[in-house]
Design a protein around this ligand. Structure first.
Ligand SMILES: *[C@@H]1O[C@H](CO)[C@@H](O)[C@H](O)[C@H]1NC(C)=O
Ligand SMILES: *[C@@H]1O[C@H](CO)[C@@H](O)[C@H](O)[C@H]1NC(C)=O
Ligand SMILES: *[C@@H]1O[C@H](CO)[C@@H](O)[C@H](O)[C@H]1NC(C)=O
Ligand SMILES: *[C@@H]1O[C@H](CO)[C@@H](O)[C@H](O)[C@H]1NC(C)=O
Ligand SMILES: *[C@@H]1O[C@H](CO)[C@@H](O)[C@H](O)[C@H]1NC(C)=O
Ligand SMILES: *[C@@H]1O[C@H](CO)[C@@H](O)[C@H](O)[C@H]1NC(C)=O
Length: 335
């Protein structure tokens, strides 16, 4: 085994410990030539600033912005309880905020799937409110908590958040965001572009800030409302860790949407440490089957109940129960 092979294996191992699920696909490539291409491909083309972003910059970001650029968050300085975080953001209500000095074109819904990460929530909220306010966005943060006892279903919770958040405002831009990822560069502008899906979390601290492969769509993604409807959202059938983000990438490409990567210096994230949730042993089979499912698995087939809605100063919490059986489509194997 060559040194290159060793370093690739190391990446795979680190990836498995990581936050996002997309890395697992590397196993599929390990015995083929493809894996080396996938690993070695460096992304050279930087995303171009879109027209809507420029308009946004002109209407809002002209006013004094205090962007700091790349800065690894010093977590020891972050308040650890929600009451103390709340004191920092007097103008936030129900997780919603907008600038007073200018009018952003877009309304952002930040959708965060959640269960039992009480120590991470204050850190996430402290970071994200500061980040989005520096960018002068009009936004609201939704915490979508899975309250049933089933395995965690990140993708279905995103779908729920997409649907439920629209009761609160006419959002056009949806940021699907893990609670344990903090953007490090505030020049990474959280915005959406119709026809283009933006992948933000590309270089992650616990994966040594190395890109894994191009088809990775995990961690943080941004969709214009129409595009998320076009792909019928995420697949609902991934219970437990892994697979749903690779499935998402396929859905995006199948509908002919552009999948936009971000430049290295912008797409950097700090991952918060936590115990790894249970892997979904079925994920390879499910992923192989993605094409057959796409017509009837997604927003249109999602089954859930909202068990509670709680308004907090820094976020709006929606508690949900998912239905395992109904969110499976044509099960061919026993789960
Ligand atoms: C914002 O700045 C740009 C470039 O400096 C300028 O062209 C534009 O007119 C400004 N917009 C507003 C609303 O002030
Ligand atoms: C983080 O902040 C603490 C407290 O001010 C400081 O002692 C420490 O050196 C900082 N760490 C880094 C990496 O800047
Ligand atoms: C909250 O802030 C108060 C005073 O500002 C401080 O005494 C307390 O330790 C803080 N609580 C936590 C959990 O950080
Ligand atoms: C939440 O997580 C903690 C630590 O990871 C664990 O001890 C506890 O049992 C979990 N609670 C629930 C309700 O899952
Ligand atoms: C969305 O926009 C429509 C028309 O502009 C308005 O009537 C409606 O109240 C808005 N809905 C929300 C939830 O803000
Ligand atoms: C939602 O609640 C209804 C009525 O209580 C129940 O029949 C249904 O099974 C529930 N669905 C889920 C997904 O929990």
């Amino acid at each position: 085994m060559t040194n290159t092979d060793m370093s690739l294996l190391k990446k795979i191992f680190l990836g498995l410990l990581g936050t996002t699920a997309c890395v697992y696909l590397t196993f599929l490539f390990i015995n083929s030539d493809r894996y080396s291409k996938v690993f070695k491909r460096r992304l050279t083309t930087l995303s171009e600033v879109s027209l809507s972003t420029i308009e946004e910059l002109q209407t809002c970001l002209n006013t004094t912005l205090s962007l700091e650029g790349l800065r690894i968050p010093n977590l020891t300085l972050y308040p650890r309880d929600l009451a103390n975080v709340s004191k920092e953001f007097v103008t936030v209500q129900n997780g919603q905020w907008q600038p007073q000095t200018c009018v952003p074109k877009e309304r952002l819904a930040v959708i965060v799937p959640y269960r039992n990460r009480t120590e991470q929530l204050p850190i996430f909220l402290y970071h994200m409110h500061r980040f989005l306010q520096k960018q002068k966005r009009n936004y609201q943060i939704f915490i979508i908590e899975q309250q049933d006892i089933l395995s965690f279903n990140r993708a279905a919770l995103f779908n729920v958040g997409f649907k439920e958040s629209q009761r609160y405002d006419n959002f056009t831009c949806f940021i699907f965001h893990d609670v344990d990822l903090l953007p490090e560069n505030d020049n990474l502008f959280y915005s959406c572009e119709p026809g283009t899906v933006r992948h933000f979390a590309e270089l992650i601290s616990n994966m040594k800030y190395e890109r894994i492969y191009t088809e990775c769509a995990g961690g943080v993604t941004a969709f214009h409302i129409q595009d998320f409807q076009t792909i019928d959202g995420f697949s609902n059938v991934y219970w437990g860790w892994g697979g749903e983000d690779d499935d998402l990438y396929r859905r995006v490409k199948q509908k002919g949407l552009k999948f936009e990567h971000q430049p290295d210096e912008l797409a950097r994230y700090t991952a918060l440490k936590h115990a790894h949730s249970n892997e979904n042993a079925m994920r390879f089979k499910l992923l192989n089957d993605w094409k057959r499912r796409i017509k009837h698995d997604g927003l249109s087939s999602l089954v859930y109940n909202v068990s509670e809605t709680e308004t907090h100063k820094l976020y709006l919490k929606i508690g949900v129960n998912l239905n395992q059986l109904k969110n499976h489509v044509h099960i061919k194997w026993k789960i």
